[in-house]
Design a protein around this ligand. Sequence first.
Ligand SMILES: Nc1ncnc2c1ncn2[C@@H]1O[C@H](COP(=O)(O)OP(=O)(O)OP(=O)(O)O)[C@@H](O)[C@H]1O
Length: 608
Amino acid sequence: MSSSPTLSLPGGRNAALLQGAGFTAILAALLVVPLTIGNDFVTHIFITMCLMAALSTAWNLVGGFAGQMSLGHGVYYGIGAYAGVILMNMGISPWIGMFAGGLIAMVVGVVISYPCFRLKGPFYSLASIAFLEVFRVLALHFSSLTGGATGLMIPLNLGWTWMVFRERWPSLVIIFGMLLVTLAVAAAVRRSRLGFYLIATRERESAARAAGVQTVRVRLIAVAISSFLCAMLGTFHAMYLTFIEPAAMFSLTFSIQIAMFALIGGLGTVRGPLLGAVLLVPITEWARAVLGASALGLHGFVYGSVLILVVLFMPNGIIGFLSRYAGKQNAEDAAPATTQTDTIKAPAAPLVPPAPDRAGIGADIMRVEHLNKHFGGLHVTRDISFTLREGEILGLIGPNGAGKTTLFNMLSGFLSPDSGSVSLRGPDGKFHTPANPADFAALGMGRTFQIVQPFAAMTVEENIMVGAFYRHHDEKAARESARETAWRMGLGPLLNSEARGLTIGGLKRLEVARVMAMEPRVLLLDEVMAGINQTDVRRAIDLMLSIRDSGVSIIAIEHVMQAVMSLSDRVIVLASGEVIAEGDPRDVVRDPHVIEAYLGKEFADAQA
Ligand SMILES: Nc1ncnc2c1ncn2[C@@H]1O[C@H](COP(=O)(O)OP(=O)(O)OP(=O)(O)O)[C@@H](O)[C@H]1O
């Protein structure tokens, strides 16, 4: 599934306002139209629209924001329905029952999702379907509680206390209110640190982990919120239907429908699921009513046809299509500087002039001792030991396949060494040995990746915000910090551009900016100058010097020798997993072993 569009329109303020007004009008119509018409069938369709929109919005927290394509969300809806009805039969109001059902669903959601999050793509979807089936069978089996295959009727106690009414409008008011709450929760999540972390995790899990995101934790929080909301909606629907049975409450078809509204409307967007439901529910409900029994299964046909059309012509759903259209409109109106993503004008002055008063090299901040790593029979790093000092730039060079990236992965917690240790000096002055990327990040470690890992569906600003959230939990503060970092890194004019539109030089700078927004103490840069032009190399060198001068210690894997020579205080040379030379760059490049293993005779002659 292609990634969803960002919520921020690329600079299209008017278009965004227009979209907002349109959305509010649709939302208001969901309540006003049926109340004005006053027809039971029409009201029923609008109740179904609100319910489906709310369920799909809740699903979207997991399926869209977190990118976990659950096809078993009927589990939570069913749990809410049964909890509400069973408690009502015990004399407890569904207003309380819906919270009880929500809490049970939340626990079930977290327990079943924890192991399932290890599964990717279709395997996760299949596991979610399997759990749905398990719950349907359980509901059949525990018939003394659930009524088994015969199902459960609710006692017909009318009134607001019992959420059961003779007329339809009170149910409409309740589900409309629940829809508003669900939308408000989704919007709050999308704007919050959690929302950014979820989308970052969906887009590039490794990069998210490097930014200090505890990826399993954030996805579990999304499941908890989503299952709670779905269960509450399930309780409401049980009261509306007045009868429940396992096949309908734990239904695969129903679960797929919930997901489909979001897919059609716009996966991972706040407004998409509502638009999907508003478009599809009336067509199918109307066809069902008009064609009666001859239209059995027609809704599946309608959904399938619309889905095919959307995938073909609007791969990012209706919202994606509208956003792109708005973006185009805006591009025609706006000044070129705000829309061109590929041409970064070099500023007259250096982006970040190196500070004249370098603090100097301090005490050890990182200690690497006897690192060994095997991949099967391949001994990739052999007994590697070195130290990194405060305010130092350590160049790491070596031929392809020497083990540099593997070493970086061990230095940042992405790989565990077979033996040996990496310890970092914490703010308390003591050395700690972290075990995973989150612990490394907590001690001030930031890293980039050899193959750039942008969060493609986010803007430049949002990408950097993922890093900034590490220090600033509040959205406004994170945004400000991200903007400030972006200008410092020369990305200011591109703040609102989507990351996927950047050149390779821009993407490399974006990676550094995202890490710098975390305010690291140690920075691992993996070939940030590979594939960029001479001007960008010069700017990258200035950037690294200024980062160093701000007190950050850097280890840089680099093949661009011009950069290695002008930046490094010390150089380590790796070949076949071993350190073959270490010391002052000018001495190292004259070392015969280094010339033979990496630099070649031409380089030595050129230096001479
Ligand atoms: N996950 C893995 N499983 C098996 N072998 C691996 C794995 N990762 C790396 N290797 C192998 O380990 C060796 C070192 O790879 P690594 O990527 O660390 O080298 P490098 O010095 O970073 O090379 P380059 O400059 O090309 O990026 C290579 O032979 C590579 O094929």
